[in-house]
Design a binder for this molecule. Sequence first.
Ligand code: PEP
Ligand code: MN
Length: 355
Amino acid sequence: MNINTIQLFENAKRPIVGAGPCSAESEEQVVAVARALSSAGHVDFFRAGIWKPRTKPGCFEGVGSIGLEWLKRVRGEFALPVATEVATPQHVEQCLKAGIDILWVGARTTANPFAVQDIADALRGTDTPVLVKNPINPDLELWIGALERLNNAGITRLGCIHRGFSSYAERIFRNAPQWQLPLELKRRFPEIPILCDPSHITGKRELLSGISQEAMDLNFDGLMVEVHCQPECALSDSRQQVVPQELFMILDRLVHRSTKNENREIARYRKLLDEIDGDIMNLILKRMQISREIGAVKKENNIAVFQPFRYNETLQRFAEKGITDSMDVDAMKDIFETIHAESIRLQLRIVNDDK
Ligand code: PEP
Ligand code: MN
């Protein structure tokens, strides 16, 4: 993919901050939040959803296009760029007509290539800034695919929003962060700014600060946070919204990490790591060679390549090493599982004479 982005937030200091209510509920509510946010000068753009994709019918589904008028007022009165979510070509058309500064594609929409293509087609010929939220499922290619569709339609001012991934197993967070996905996206497309949405990741206002700091530690470009003057009365996502003052406190407490990468001490340690990585690679290759020899013996004696007992025994050793040396047990297991999968692949080739 050839994403040709130009910086979306050219003069913004880091972190870039987008804030505003989950949903626009009334003109008074929107204006009150915007007034409080603009007064402190921390916020680079104002967000509010007017078409809300809700899991079940009967929930508050947004005020609809009347909300565009309120966003226009915010832009005029407080000089804040305004952003809202679009899910259909009709939404795009109305936003373009109203001159909305930034559009975002929601998590449920990113998961649907037909919908993303329709949005991209409706945007063709404009270069409206678009922020693409990750799809609800942890599928990096789907996320990138949405960016590609928009880029192919001529949108060069693209950004991403990491809002976590749906999970049955996750208890603490509403949407599991699975940081490895946004980090891989950043590795592949370093020129695309990426914001973290701690509100939808945590689902709980008391956890916002921790996740926001984690995003800064991981070198995210900014944050998009849900803010409401009376969160407990909010018509959507009430548990995760904070009052403007609390957002300012969270932002003030953030420890900013330098993006500079030159440090003599780190350079010295990195040299050591490079040496160790070399040793690890050589040891893995040596291990694979032995695995090939075993493959030949298995073939000769007609023994099955996969031996569950042996596999479990070794996996257990990795897990125990993780516990005794305080490394994450799952991470230790992943290392062995990857090595074992390659070992099995090599042996299968030998047994089947497919060298
Ligand atoms: C939102 O930002 O209010 C929203 C609906 O987010 P998501 O698409 O991440 O669920
Ligand atoms: Mn929300």
